[in-house]
Design a protein around this ligand. Structure first.
Ligand code: FDA
Length: 303
């Protein structure tokens, strides 16, 4: 219930203005966001990669409604990749892109054009791109952009959301490529998505089995211990070595687990968001966990 309200608020302009204007919000946001500038993101990348982790960096922003803003986002990614190049991290630092931030809602071909520029800059930097997945109305368009990108950049990855009924089929279609499997973070109707946690978890395992049995590179995006244990069992069953799949977790969430898995030899990629358009991302993180809301409310009271 609280999660649904927060997800509704995540797309509401009035709530955006109210929450963004609260002075203590910034402190809480800092727990989940690496900073506002590319320099902040690069500093976080250095810290995390020095600690044996890998990263995927997200320039915050979504649902952009004008062509100028879409171009600004694409340029921000290219500058970020230019700033990463001297670190020589190669695939240890890749980027994640939301197509809605580069104009998908305006014109799919514009989003494709911007995504191509970002993929080309990533290739120059020795790395690659993963497309985030947004609400269910965008999935067909995102997969179509992905197919077009893969003609020139075959290693482009994509996120698939286990809560959508269609996702098992999508995993089958994509099981030879780089796929980040996540539970799904948007408020979706019962006509297209599983609603209960137990159903979503079961769907995740079905999708995971398809990806782990396939010939691609599964990116297991979860903080859930049970699903991590199941991944290890499936890796044994399908004879996958530790370098043939990876775990992905969000910046600031379960850092102890991130370090423990990396210490045990797994590849762990931390999703590092940065930028000033943090509202939608932040609200989805609150929605995932009531304890985060309590933390947020305590900080508003100055405790
Ligand atoms: P679950 O929510 O069941 O959490 C398991 C445990 O993890 C919790 O008990 C808690 O300990 C911890 N935890 C989880 N979320 C937390 C939070 N916000 N704060 C504190 N602790 C928390 N979604 C999407 O729709 N499109 C996308 O492209 C992506 N991309 C993406 C990338 C990466 C790297 C990750 C890890 C996740 C995403 N997601 C996403 C978000 C995803 O869909 C999902 O909402 C979250 O990962 C939470 O689900 P878990 O699998 O962690 O399980």
């Amino acid at each position: 219930m609280l999660g649904s309200l927060l997800l509704a608020a995540s797309r509401n302009p009035l709530a955006r203005r109210a929450v963004s204007g609260l002075p203590p919000t910034r402190r809480v946001v800092d727990r989940f966001v690496a900073g506002e500038s590319a320099a902040d993101a690069v500093a976080a990348v250095r810290r995390l990669t020095d600690a044996g982790l890998t990263v995927t960096i997200d320039h915050l922003g979504e649902e952009i409604r004008d062509t100028e803003a879409a171009a600004v986002t694409a340029k921000a990614y290219v500058s970020l990749l230019d700033a990463l190049a001297p670190l020589g991290l190669g695939r240890r630092a890749e980027v994640s892109v939301k197509l809605s931030a580069v104009g998908q809602a305006l014109d799919e071909s514009l989003a494709l054009e911007h995504a191509r520029r970002i993929c080309a800059a990533a290739r120059d930097c020795g790395t690659t791109v993963t497309l985030d997945m947004e609400d269910h109305t965008t999935v067909d368009s995102t997969l179509s952009v992905l197919r077009a990108l893969r003609e020139d950049f075959p290693d482009t990855g994509v996120a698939i959301q286990a809560y959508l009924f269609r996702s098992e089929e999508d995993c089958r279609d994509l099981s030879g490529s780089r796929v980040r499997l996540v539970k799904g973070a948007y408020r979706e109707p019962a006509s297209v998505a599983h609603q209960s946690k137990a159903e979503v978890d079961r769907a995740y395992v079905r999708c995971l089995r398809i990806l782990m049995a396939g010939t691609g590179y599964p990116m297991v995006g979860t903080h859930d211990d049970r699903l991590i244990a199941i991944t290890e069992t499936l890796a044994d069953r399908y004879g996958r070595s530790q370098d043939s799949y990876e775990y992905q977790m969000l910046y600031g969430i379960r850092t102890d687990k991130q370090e423990a898995l990396a210490g045990a030899g797994a590849t762990v990629r931390v999703y590092v968001p940065y930028g000033d358009d943090w509202y939608g991302y932040f609200m989805r993180r609150l929605a995932e966990r009531p304890a985060n809301v309590a933390f947020f409310l305590r900080s508003l009271r100055g405790k």
